[in-house]
Design a protein around this ligand. Structure first.
Ligand code: ATP
Ligand code: MG
Length: 338
């Protein structure tokens, strides 16, 4: 029979804040994990366009962020969002001819029910085979770490919805801690701070902008960024107001969250077998995920955890790069595909 269409295979990093679709050769799409519907439940926008509309919609439009805490919180919206993004990459035709192999990342600390939701969403794509892979393992692969070796490696992924801390050895996870303190928590803390300290209402996108533009995990920075002017609304008078903020104030706002992450790192080391802990004292910590881009994070963790810290040069891409590698040679990675 004449084969009209090639069955594409792809890798999916369905992140709490960013979704990346790639094939065995590299990334094809990277978009914020957002979708906007109209009143009739038709898709009005996905990804970048949907994120731009967030907190600016009216009654006729329903914006949804389908993931929370790193997992699917709204199944139908997540499924529609994945379909729309896959459509952007492959056009409609593959939905009829189907896909080859689809591998998706999933946080390590997920329940069976949460993984089931993801599997069900993947099934809607009509692929021949689908597998899941744990995101911290994929991140380690993407960072070029030799995960098969017995030498222990400590990988920390500070994402948008979840921070996962894992000790990897022999292609498996020997110790872990995971906390739902990550990018979204930081944004909410900043928003909250403006409300309490200055009676000023700001949007979550503005809070995220503050975090990125002047974000820091320490008050003492060698090269501090210039202050940022924040636009918001006075909660008493309702009038638009502006206010300046610098990195030291952001560091104070984030202190509690960063300490929670540090506690989780220490707990992971405490529960880690001694031989692996000995390895880690030499190899140090590998930091990835959007949250690893904070100013001062390497110096701070080196001071508090007393281990060398390696920053991932491409923290938003490593998970998808790792999944891509597994897609390119699934037989080699059979042991870590679920
Ligand atoms: N320069 C920066 N400093 C601090 N945080 C940043 C920076 N740039 C992006 N972020 C944050 O990183 C987060 C997104 O990171 P990432 O793409 O790793 O998460 P995700 O994979 O979508 O989430 P998860 O892994 O929890 O499912 C967002 O909260 C974003 O605001
Ligand atoms: Mg992630």
């Amino acid at each position: 029979m004449l084969k009209l269409f090639h069955n594409h295979s792809f890798a999916l990093d369905l992140g709490n804040n960013n979704t990346v679709i790639s094939d065995a050769w590299g990334p094809l799409l990277a978009q914020p994990s957002y979708i906007v519907f109209n009143a009739a439940r038709n898709v009005k926008a996905v990804g970048e366009h949907a994120y731009a509309m967030f907190e600016k919609t009216h009654d006729e439009l329903v914006p949804v962020k389908p993931l929370k805490g790193g997992v699917i919180a709204d199944y139908e919206s997540a499924t529609r969002m994945i379909q729309e993004m896959v459509n952007q990459v492959y056009r409609k035709r593959n939905f009829f001819s189907g896909f080859g192999h689809v591998i998706s990342g999933v946080p390590y600390s997920t329940t069976e029910v949460e993984r089931r939701a993801l599997r069900d969403a993947l099934e809607q794509i009509n692929s021949r085979k689908s597998h899941l892979i744990f995101e911290p393992l994929a991140a380690a692969l993407g960072m070029g770490l030799a995960i098969r070796e017995p030498q222990g490696k400590l990988v920390i992924d500070i994402g948008g919805g979840i921070t996962e801390i894992v000790v990897i050895s022999l292609s498996g996870i020997a110790a872990f801690q995971s906390i739902k303190v990550a990018g979204d928590t930081f944004d909410e803390s900043i928003q909250d701070h403006f409300r309490r300290a200055y009676n000023m209402a700001i949007g979550l996108r503005t809070a995220e902008q503050i975090k990125i533009q002047v974000g820091s995990v320490t008050e003492k920075l060698a090269a501090p960024p210039p202050q940022m002017t924040v636009k918001g609304k006075d909660m008493v008078s309702g009038i638009p107001v502006t206010r300046k903020i610098g990195h030291a104030e952001v560091a104070r706002i984030l202190e509690r969250s960063i300490m929670q992450i540090e506690t989780a790192i220490v707990q992971t080391l405490e529960t880690c077998p001694p031989e692996l802990a000995a390895d880690i004292s030499e190899t140090g910590i590998y930091l990835t995920g959007g949250g690893s881009m904070f100013r001062g994070i390497k110096e701070r963790f080196e001071r508090t955890i007393k281990l060398p810290v390696h920053l991932d040069p491409t923290p938003l891409k490593s998970v998808s790069q790792g999944i891509s590698q597994a897609l390119a040679a699934p037989k080699n990675f059979a042991g870590i595909l679920i």
